[in-house]
Write a protein that binds this ligand. Structure first.
Ligand code: ATP
Ligand code: MG
Length: 623
């Protein structure tokens, strides 16, 4: 390929739309162009990178026996209704682009493919003799991300490798999961990426194992908590740890305490000399469910701890009645929310800031009426229905306190020396606290959690039987009875990975692609196009390098040499061959983009040596 034919437009300055180095560099070096928010054109240079990544992915997955396939991106709503995800993915979080066709049938643009593949499995897989099966595809996915940003890192249209496996039993699923783990490590290492595998949130499905692969980088959106001994690493969404010991509260008989204006933990602790760990913090939240019902949730947490929203959403999801459908969202139940939603609640009955874990259901029961009597009553939307029984969840840090301070369920009032039995409660204990950097580790309390940032490039997941049960994907087992298939799913963000590679491999002059995924392996720069000997040698060399099987690019533009050198650095091609003044004596200069190698040599020597140097880089094993 010739640079003169590449539509190459490089930018000297950082584009205003980009915040992180990799995004700036991909724009500046002419790899991508923004078409709309979260929607990018992959220009020919980037397309070559994507193809190289895809080739590595294919090689490694095919080697495990996985089969490539291609599934439709337009997916009928009906499939998603059967899995129970339609409302959550459209009306709820709303991540799925959806539309109606001209017959009025509803469709979604695939953000992921569990539904489609499971429906196929239901159709095609009948017997244990056909199992296990592992299918994957590399394809554009659509997600209406609320905050598309950082270029290809979080797009609304992006390329993903997604794979799904089907098994006769859990042991077979676990074996495949292990094999995918190993394949993923090889894929990322061959792409020249330094990744760490971390425990990940498994969503509302619960219990099943799931692991993310993170490219470590400061610009990463994910917070990783890991132990110094390397034995534990988890996404903060999921991380567990030992909370600091609580400061014991002298066991006094429970008594009331006037606390005017002390509605926050800090104010209360400061006014009376309590340690925040002696206080039970009570949070009132409202969960919206797909059937239109509103479920109030009361969370009790130790005063020095923070709530982990992902853990909360999982815990609430798992406890909804089947008729309530999916959890759409969960947010603090505040006086403002009561007013804006026109909830039929008596605000005076809820002493915000002074709630105790024993807040009475009567607060809600008194308002048996339907919520949202305003405009909603006129619309065809389902009426939100306020559930009158609180879902009460207690974090272990709070449940373990023998005596504590808590709200008195009355304005300006707290109680000191309260206990769970004394309040007449048997707490439902569930891990809800956010693990923090500095916390002690569960596996070894002498280790503590250290924070780092990562870019999630892959996710492997033991799904279990959630989708196969919902979509009736059943097979006949060895003893002749029917049961639901066991499933795993495995994703790699191919376009995100390309940008993550830049985030991890760049310097002040531009990109430094790992050889294995570089758009070209070598760029031949003709310093002065007006000089016939340079031009001729450059052309010859370019052909010879192509003949030698190298991915060569020829900079044949009639530009100043300095401009071309700068562009070559910006583009990040691993090797540069400069055909300059020495051309008439058959001498050229070889420069390595990342590293210190820079030397003059004869053309013949270059042709003898360069293929070997590049071949060593292609294997992609990290230096
Ligand atoms: P995230 O938490 O970053 O939103 P996710 O958990 O939704 O990711 P998966 O559904 O597991 O991601 O998708 C598989 C892979 O696809 C991810 O590991 C990631 O690399 C990539 N990916 C997900 N969303 C996007 C996006 N909006 N843009 C680019 N890549 C994405
Ligand atoms: Mg996501």
């Amino acid at each position: 390929m010739r640079v003169s034919r590449l539509m190459l437009v490089t930018l000297r300055d950082d584009p205003a739309e980009a915040e992180i180095p990799s995004h700036k560099l991909l724009l500046r070096a002419g790899y991508i162009r923004r078409v709309a928010s979260g929607i990018y054109a992959y220009l020919p240079l980037l397309f070559r990178v994507l193809q190289k990544i895809s080739a590595i992915v294919r090689e490694e997955l095919n080697a495990t026996g996985a089969l490539e396939t291609l599934l439709p991106q337009l997916q009928p709503a009906e499939l998603w209704e059967r899995s129970g995800r339609w409302s959550g993915y459209t009306a709820g979080e709303g991540i799925m682009f959806h539309l109606s066709d001209r017959q009025g049938r509803e469709l979604g643009l695939g953000p992921t493919h569990e539904e489609v593949i499971t429906a196929l499995a239901a159709d095609l897989l009948r017997s244990y003799r056909q199992l296990p099966v592992n299918l994957y595809q590399i394809q554009t996915k659509f997600r209406d991300e609320i905050r598309p940003r950082f270029g290809l890192m979080r797009g609304r249209e992006f390329i993903m490798k997604d794979g799904y496996s089907f098994h006769a039993n859990e042991a077979s699923l676990k074996e495949c999961y292990g094999e995918m783990d190993r394949a993923y490590r090889r894929i990322f290492s061959r792409c020249g990426l330094k990744t760490v595998a971390v425990e990940a949130d498994s969503g509302a499905i619960g219990g099943s194992a799931s692991q993310e692969f993170m490219v470590t980088a400061e610009a990463g959106e994910d917070l990783i908590l890991s132990s110094g001994d390397g034995r534990y690493a988890a996404n903060q969404e999921r991380a567990v740890s030992l909370a600091a010991e609580a400061v014991p509260l002298a066991a006094v008989p429970c008594k009331e305490l006037e606390t005017p204006g002390q509605s926050s933990i800090e104010a209360l602790a400061a006014a009376h000399g309590f340690d925040p760990s002696q206080i039970v913090k009570v949070l009132l939240l409202l969960a919206r469910c797909a059937d239109g019902s509103l479920q109030p949730v009361l969370v009790s947490l130790r005063g020095d701890q923070r709530l982990n929203d992902v853990k909360l959403a999982n815990a609430v999801s798992a406890r909804l009645a089947p008729a309530q459908g999916a959890l759409l969202s969960i947010e603090p139940l505040t006086p403002e929310l009561v007013r804006t939603e026109r909830l039929a609640l008596d605000l005076a009955a809820i002493p915000f800031g002074y709630l105790g874990p024993d807040l009475s259901d009567a607060v809600f029961a008194s308002t048996e009426a339907t919520a949202g009597m305003g405009n909603a009553a006129l619309s065809s939307k389902p009426q939100p229905r306020l559930i009158t029984k609180l879902l009460r969840l207690t974090d272990p840090t709070a449940a373990q306190l023998d005596a504590f301070v808590c709200g008195g369920n009355s304005p300006d009032l707290h109680r000191v020396g309260a206990s769970w039995a004394g309040l007449g409660l048997k707490p439902e204990v569930v891990d809800l606290r956010a693990a923090q950097p500095g916390d002690r580790c569960l596996h070894d309390p002498n280790q503590s959690l250290v924070a780092s940032r990562g870019i999630e490039v892959g996710h492997i997941f033991q799904l279990g039987r959630k989708y196969s049960e919902a979509l009736g994907a059943r097979f006949t087992n060895e003893s002749g009875t029917e049961e639901a298939l066991w499933m795993g799913c495995y994703g790699i963000g191919v376009s995100r990975l390309a940008q993550a590679a830049v985030e991890q491999n760049h310097d002040s002059n531009g990109i430094c692609w790992p050889v294995a995924i570089a758009p070209f392996e070598v760029i031949v720069v003709i310093a002065n196009l007006q000089e016939p000997s340079q031009r001729q040698l450059g052309e010859e060399l370019y052909s010879s390098l192509l003949d030698a099987g190298l991915d060569a690019l020829l900079d044949d533009r009639d530009e100043r040499a300095g401009v071309k050198f700068k562009d070559a650095d910006l583009l990040g091609i691993p090797w540069r061959v400069v055909v300059g003044r020495g051309a008439k004596d058959g001498q050229v200069e070889l420069v390595q983009r990342q590293g210190s190698l820079k030397r003059e040599l004869a053309t013949a020597d270059l042709l003898a040596e360069l293929p070997g140097l590049i071949e060593a880089g292609r294997s992609g094993l990290l230096a």
